[in-house]
Design a binder for this molecule. Structure first.
Ligand SMILES: *Cc1c(COP(=O)(O)O)cnc(C)c1O
Length: 406
């Protein structure tokens, strides 16, 4: 049996929504994007939501809006996808990496140690869909001595008067924190709609705005939208109406808009998100956890405590007391059975670009320990119980073989 790692979920409803866009006479940013933004607001309760062409673009746009530039620092976990740190670097600023905890998420006590007078933002990552400790992070950035360190240099920084919490929620659409769907736990929450993510538009991302007063989130939405469309006063959709040709460029903006034909995929998916996509992911997650809980070598991922639950984006299984080389051999054995697994993530300090910046994995022991023992199993709605059984049997066999043979 061949089991791919993460195929997209495409059903007839999705095909019809895309066809509707294709046949409407308008395929780039227009009514489908607006409708998706509204659905994301309804789902997350965020005050405003802007869709753009990727989560990476979204992070760059927001950091730029907050005035992050050369000489500034942004705190990121060492255990994340490269995009979190690259978005910071694209603005000329410096990503400051901190180690994670046993649950894979950024360590709040280590954030505290990493804050300097140059820190402008913190970007927590909800690894695998498991929410970070936002209560502690929000408490930390509001502590008087931390606020005193903050140097407000731009209009937005003078308004907020503290470090911005920008959540990289690429994995966690649909996760619950403090009994609420993620989207309002941080100042700004960014979801990814990349093809392998829980909710997809093939490529895309969403910026959920939840800034405190004196910000008006609808005004911030309007600014970000303008800046995502070259700073042009009229988008192509309005300009396409008869007699509506004249426009101005009022800001040197980016080109980061999401096309309608892609938004249509997400629009159809979000309507079935709770009932089908999230529910079926949870079924697979629970199947794995129930089975692996029988084995003393298994470390199960966190997923459910009172008031919080995962979005079940990944199933990051860890195997106790194994080294990296054993983990790699287990993956090879699993691959021989046709099951595609993965590793999330190689900590950033293991990657060339970040090594060359001087980051050393020895300073991130928890990230390394998580990584060396981790195998991500396939998790998506199309995996029926028969396939789940096939996966689990082969994973268990591979692990046992390697553990027995050393
Ligand atoms: C996928 C991912 C991103 C990037 O998302 P794009 O939409 O592809 O730009 C960022 N951070 C994390 C943690 C991711 O997994």
């Amino acid at each position: 049996m061949q089991i791919p790692f993460s195929p997209p979920f495409i059903n007839e409803n999705i095909e019809l929504e895309v066809l509707d866009a294709l046949r409407s006479g308008w395929i780039t940013s227009g009514p489908k994007v607006k409708a998706l933004e509204q659905e994301v607001c309804n789902y997350t309760n965020a005050e405003a939501c802007l869709c753009v062409n990727s989560a990476t673009s979204a992070m760059m746009l927001v950091l730029h809006w907050y005035g992050v530039k050369k000489g500034d620092e942004v705190i990121v976990p060492a255990y994340t996808y490269c995009a979190t740190a690259l978005a910071v670097m694209h603005l000329g600023a410096t990503p400051i990496m901190v180690d994670v905890e046993d649950d894979f998420n950024i360590s709040v006590s280590k954030i505290k140690l990493a804050i300097s007078s140059r820190t402008k933002a913190i970007m927590p990552v909800d690894f695998a869909g498991w929410p970070c400790n936002y209560s502690e992070i929000n408490k930390l950035i509001n502590e008087p001595e931390i606020k005193q360190k903050f140097k407000a240099e731009t209009e937005q920084q003078k308004k907020l008067q503290r470090i911005l919490v920008l959540s990289d929620a690429a994995h966690s659409f649909g996760a619950v924190y403090n009994n609420k769907k993620l989207g309002t736990a941080a100042d700004i929450t960014i979801f990814s709609f990349h093809a392998v993510k829980n909710l997809t538009t093939a490529e895309g991302g969403a910026i959920c705005l939840n800034l405190p007063l004196p910000f008006n989130n609808n005004d911030v939405y309007a600014t970000l939208r303008l800046w995502s469309l070259n700073g042009q006063t009229k988008d192509a959709f309005s300009k396409s109406k008869a007699g509506s040709w004249r426009y101005d460029i009022v800001y040197p903006g980016f080109k980061m808009n999401l096309p309608d034909v892609l938004a249509a995929i997400g629009l159809a998916q979000i309507k079935e998100y709770n009932e089908v996509l999230l529910k079926e992911r949870k079924r697979v997650f629970d199947f794995y956890s129930k089975t692996f809980s029988n084995y003393s070598w298994a470390m199960l991922p966190p997923y459910d405590v009172p008031n919080a639950s995962s979005s079940y984006h990944l199933y990051p299984l860890r195997i106790k007391d194994i080294n990296e080389e054993q983990r790699d051999r287990i993956i090879e054995k699993i691959a021989e059975t046709g099951v595609a697994v993965n590793v999330h993530f190689q900590p950033l300090p293991l990657l060339t670009v970040f090594k060359q910046m001087g980051y050393d994995i020895n300073n991130f022991p928890s990230a390394y320990n998580n990584y060396k023992a981790e195998i991500s199993l396939p998790i998506y709605p199309q995996l029926n119980n028969n396939k789940c059984t096939y996966i689990v049997d082969n994973v268990v066999n591979a692990i046992k073989e390697v553990l027995i043979n050393g």
